[in-house]
Structure formats: structure tokens, C-alpha cells
Design a protein around this ligand. Structure first.
Ligand SMILES: Cc1cc2nc3c(=O)[nH]c(=O)nc-3n(C[C@H](O)[C@H](O)[C@H](O)COP(=O)(O)OP(=O)(O)OC[C@H]3O[C@@H](n4cnc5c(N)ncnc54)[C@H](O)[C@@H]3O)c2cc1C
Length: 506
């Protein structure tokens, strides 16, 4: 690492899926980069695997406090570490479906079209899959789009019980598939495999560093590079512009409690959807009285997360599966098509309902219990938004959308189970929705990109419409979230924006 100076070619704020991946893309150009991270490196310790009360309540959750629309405080259960939320993510690295890039009619309104098509975006999906060493298999799931490259590794194989369920569902016409995962598991050569297959992947840091997170894959390889400086415990509090308000000239940081300032020809904000909006909204000035890049009033709006329901089914024998998150079902993802053999001719589902995945075994449940996660798309609503109160604290107003579709997905799921050897245990159905539960994990959409300055914050390259040198490259850019996790799409977009910046910087 170089020593700390105050001027860089590019200052990147946040080292997660967006910021970390973008910094790695840029670093190869030799440009001088400053990476500012609010947290520190997550310690490698036995507690990585021992968090007793599950992911959200564990020791790695930040003490941050946010407020809801009524001003009530809540703990958002976010993680501030090098690598961002990917340090604890489940490493499900799924692509959005081609339909997600177009306009989709939902029960509660429209999911808007992107300024890019799936085919235009696809090359960066392939690059992100190779960078994050994704294990997957194209061609199993009829909802997926075309691919320019095969996955770098074969999919993680199903354990016997999961394989049995997959076979059942395949016979019933539900097209089960292997979920693409960013874990470093080498089943062909077990001694060389980092991953030892355990139940703690989702919601825990990986003690053996076998999870392809943004820290291990993107950030750590940069630390030995002379053109990259990384500062941890460095919280960006606001951005300042030149007098005309056209360019960001100073990045204000609180590092270990001390105020510092840095400058960059280009500034890339990637602090996560809520925190990026917070930084912009706090950066008021005469030229930007409503916050930076916010002439359209769109900064902070269109916040999205996912509607998630964790559902428990009962099998005939004890569930001895260790790594169950290999099975996915997208048979209900799209509206209108994919009539199953069991359905009458002419059956067309009116609404897109979402995705289904198997969950790891839980010690809290019966031995025969088998968990599934049902995920439904959340729609961008202007009123679902981040604002800043008088004390400059973040407020998050949020009302979930598509509850009707979530109910229909549960209904389809029940029907699907009735065609397998599993039974749904109604008593043990747990619904998690809203921003105080697991939903915040997939926060997105607060600075969406688009071609219309009146309805978006960023242009197609993720540069703020109103500023010459400010980019946003985290999950904020998403105009819609589909019903898959946002991580791979955020990483792919960060590579795309990084390559644009390399060209811009010459
Ligand atoms: C438990 C859990 C499981 C998940 N599982 C999956 C999954 O399996 N698949 C999937 O697709 N998605 C998953 N996600 C979501 C996924 O991790 C996020 O969508 C993704 O990390 C978002 O990327 P980002 O760059 O927007 O934010 P992050 O990756 O969170 O990065 C933001 C970074 O900015 C830093 N930061 C924040 N504020 C400041 C500031 N003021 N100054 C400097 N730095 C700052 C943060 O510390 C962080 O490092 C999961 C999330 C969680 C929490």
C-alpha cells in the first residue's frame, strides 16, 4: 500500500459487492485508488461459526440505529466490514432473468424496464461469475437467459435427500435446478477443497475462508498493490462540491473518530443502498439544497428489499443434509407460461410469483423438518424511501408490496409439495418481511439508473446525472430487484462501471 495522501485518481467509498468489485476492476489499470471502508476486516475466529442466536442477532451486527417513518428506532442488522454484506451472505450468485430487465406487470403495479437489456448486460454476468468462482450449471432452469460462458466450476452436488426431492419435483414438471453458489468447494479433489460443506454458510462469516465474498475475492488481493490505498474504520460522512456544484471535490471522512478529507478525480459511492442515499442526502449545499445528485428528488426513493417466507415441510425420515442450499425452483418465477403436466391445457398464471430454494437444516426444528425459502419481488415505490431527519439520522419509510403474490406462491408451493413425499407443517411457517427482518439484507434501489433524468439518479454508466465525476456502484443502482438475490447483479454492474471508468481515465 502507498502512504496516505489526499489526492487520488479514484476514491471508492465502501468495499462490498459493489465497491470492492469495482476497486478490483480499476486497480488493474494502475490508477491511484483510495478505498474507504467504514468497518474493519472481520476477525477470523471460532465465533465465525458459533454465533448462537443465528445470523442477525450475532456478534457481527453493527450497533447502527435507523428510524422508521413514525420516528421509532430499530436496529437494521447490517454489517460493516471489508467485503460488506457479502461477508455474511449465502453466496447464492444467481442472475436476474431476461424478463426482469423489461417491464413486468405485478399484482401491485409495474416492475420498471431497465435502460439495458439482459443481452447487453450478460457479458458482465459472465465476468462476475468467473471472478467469484461460481459453481453452477446452465440449461437446467427454463427461466434463465442465454449465457456467453459456462460456469467456471460444476454445480455443488445435491446430497441424497435433496436429490430425492429434486427427482420428485422433476417428475412432477417443476424443473428443479442447482443454485449457482460462490463457494470454493472442489468435489473432484476433496483434499484441495477449501469448503468443508457445513450448515453455516448463509448468515455467517466463513472460518475457513471458503466463501467467495468481496473481501477475499476483490479486496485482499489489492492490498499488496502499490497503486491502492485502503483505509478501514473510515466512515464517509458527506461529499463537498466545487462552487458551481458540478464536481465532487472533497470526501469528508471520520476515521477512528478524527475528521479527514480526501480528493479524487472520480468519486464512486458504494456504501450500500441506505448508506449511499444517506451520504448524498446529508451532502446539502447552496447548489444542492435537497442533497447531492437529488435535483429530481429521486435520491433515497424506490427502496426495495425482498419478501421472504421461510417455510418448513416434514419429510418421512430424519433430515441429515448438511449443505441443503443446492436446490432451486423457478417454476413460478414468470407469469403466463410453463404450464405443468398436472395443470389443465390453457392454464396461464396471471402473476409472476417468485423463486423457491431449500434452506439448511435447523437444530431448532424437528429432525424430519426441511426448510424452504420463498422469495417474491418487491416493487420500487417512491414512498418507500430513505430520508434524513433533523439530527441527520436515516429514516426508512417502507410498506411491503406484492403480499398477494407471496400468498399465491405459498399456495403453489403447497400444491407442489402435495406432489412430492413432503408435507407442509403449517404451524412452523415463519414469514419474514419488512425492513426489520431478513428483508434489509437485500436493500436496493435508492439511486436507480435510467435514461430519464426526471425519474432516475444515475445515467446508464451509473454516473450521477447532475455531476461530472460522481458515480454510484452498489445495489442502489437497481431499478428493480426481481426475485433473486442482488449480489451477482451488483458485482457484474460494478465490473461494467469499473471498465467504463478505466476507459474514461484513459
Ligand atoms: C445475511 C445475508 C445473506 C445474504 N445472502 C445473499 C445471497 O445469498 N445472495 C445474494 O445475491 N445476496 C445476498 N445478500 C445480499 C448481498 O450481500 C447484498 O445485496 C450485497 O452485498 C449488496 O452490495 P452493496 O455493494 O450494495 O453493499 P455491501 O456489500 O453491504 O457494501 C457496502 C459497504 O459500504 C460500507 N459502508 C457503509 N457506509 C459507509 C460509509 N459511510 N463510509 C464508508 N464505507 C461505508 C460497508 O461497511 C460495506 O462494506 C445477503 C445479505 C445478508 C446480510
Amino acid at each position: 500500500m502507498t502512504g496516505v495522501t489526499d489526492h487520488y485518481d479514484v476514491v471508492v467509498i465502501g468495499s462490498g459487492a459493489g465497491g470492492g468489485t469495482l476497486a478490483r476492476t480499476l486497480a488493474m489499470s494502475g490508477k491511484r485508488i483510495l478505498l474507504l471502508e467504514r468497518g474493519n476486516f472481520l476477525p477470523r475466529e471460532l465465533s465465525n461459526w458459533q454465533s448462537p442466536q443465528g445470523p442477525a442477532a450475532g456478534r457481527y451486527v453493527s450497533r447502527d440505529t435507523w428510524y422508521d417513518a413514525a420516528g421509532n428506532s430499530f436496529e437494521p442488522r447490517v454489517h460493516y466490514f471489508a467485503g460488506g454484506a457479502t461477508k455474511l451472505y449465502g453466496a447464492d450468485l444467481s442472475r436476474l432473468r431476461p424478463a426482469d430487465f423489461g417491464e413486468i406487470a405485478h399484482m401491485d403495479g409495474l416492475s420498471p424496464a431497465w435502460p439495458l437489456s439482459y443481452d447487453e448486460f450478460e457479458p458482465w454476468y459472465a465476468k462476475a461469475e468467473w471472478l467469484y468462482q461460481v459453481r453452477g450449471l446452465h440449461g437446467e432452469d427454463p427461466t434463465e437467459g442465454s449465457w456467453s460462458e459456462e460456469y467456471p466450476w460444476p454445480p455443488v452436488s445435491h446430497e441424497p435427500l435433496v436429490q430425492q426431492i429434486a427427482d420428485d419435483l422433476d417428475r412432477a414438471g417443476y424443473y428443479p435446478f442447482h443454485v449457482p453458489r460462490g463457494i470454493m468447494l472442489d468435489e473432484r479433489n476433496p483434499p484441495a477443497s477449501l469448503c468443508i460443506r457445513c450448515v453455516t454458510c448463509d448468515g455467517h462469516p466463513c472460518l475457513v475462508h471458503a466463501k467467495a465474498d468481496a473481501d477475499l475475492i476483490a479486496v485482499r488481493p489489492l492490498l499488496s498493490r502499490l497503486n491502492v490505498t485502503m483505509l478501514v474504520n473510515a466512515e464517509v460522512t458527506r461529499l463537498k462540491t466545487d462552487r458551481r456544484g458540478h464536481s465532487v471535490t472533497r470526501v469528508i471522512v471520520r476515521r477512528d473518530g478524527v475528521r479527514e478529507e480526501y480528493r479524487g478525480d472520480i468519486v464512486v459511492l458504494a456504501a450500500g443502498a441506505v448508506n449511499s442515499a444517506k451520504i448524498l442526502l446529508r451532502s446539502v449545499s447552496d447548489r444542492h439544497p435537497d442533497g447531492l445528485a437529488n435535483g429530481s428528488g429521486q435520491v433515497g426513493r424506490n427502496f426495495m428489499c425482498h419478501r421472504v417466507a421461510d417455510v418448513v415441510a416434514l419429510g418421512e425420515k430424519p433430515n441429515e443434509t448438511v449443505f441443503a442450499q443446492t436446490l432451486g425452483i423457478n417454476a413460478f418465477y414468470l407469469a403466463g407460461e410453463q404450464r405443468r403436466p398436472s395443470q389443465p391445457a390453457g392454464y396461464a398464471r396471471r402473476w409472476p410469483l417468485g423463486s423457491i430454494q431449500m434452506l439448511p437444516r435447523s437444530a431448532r426444528l424437528a429432525r424430519e423438518a426441511i426448510g424452504f425459502r420463498l422469495t417474491t419481488e418487491d416493487l420500487p415505490r417512491p414512498a418507500n424511501r430513505v430520508t434524513i431527519d433533523r439530527g441527520k439520522r436515516p429514516r426508512l419509510a417502507y410498506t411491503a408490496t406484492n403480499q398477494g403474490e407471496a400468498a399465491l406462491l405459498l399456495h403453489e408451493f403447497e400444491t407442489m409439495l402435495s406432489r412430492s413425499s413432503l408435507q407442509l407443517t403449517r404451524d412452523e411457517t415463519v414469514t419474514v418481511a419488512g425492513v426489520t427482518g431478513a428483508g434489509i439484507a437485500d436493500q436496493a434501489g435508492t439511486c436507480r439508473f435510467g435514461s430519464d433524468r426526471a425519474t432516475s439518479v444515475l445515467d446508464v454508466h451509473c454516473k450521477a446525472h447532475e455531476l461530472d465525476n460522481l458515480y454510484v456502484a452498489d445495489a442502489s443502482f437497481l431499478p428493480s430487484v426481481g426475485a433473486v438475490g442482488p449480489a451477482l447483479t451488483t458485482m457484474a454492474n460494478a465490473i461494467r462501471v469499473g471498465e467504463h471508468l478505466v476507459r474514461r481515465l484513459g
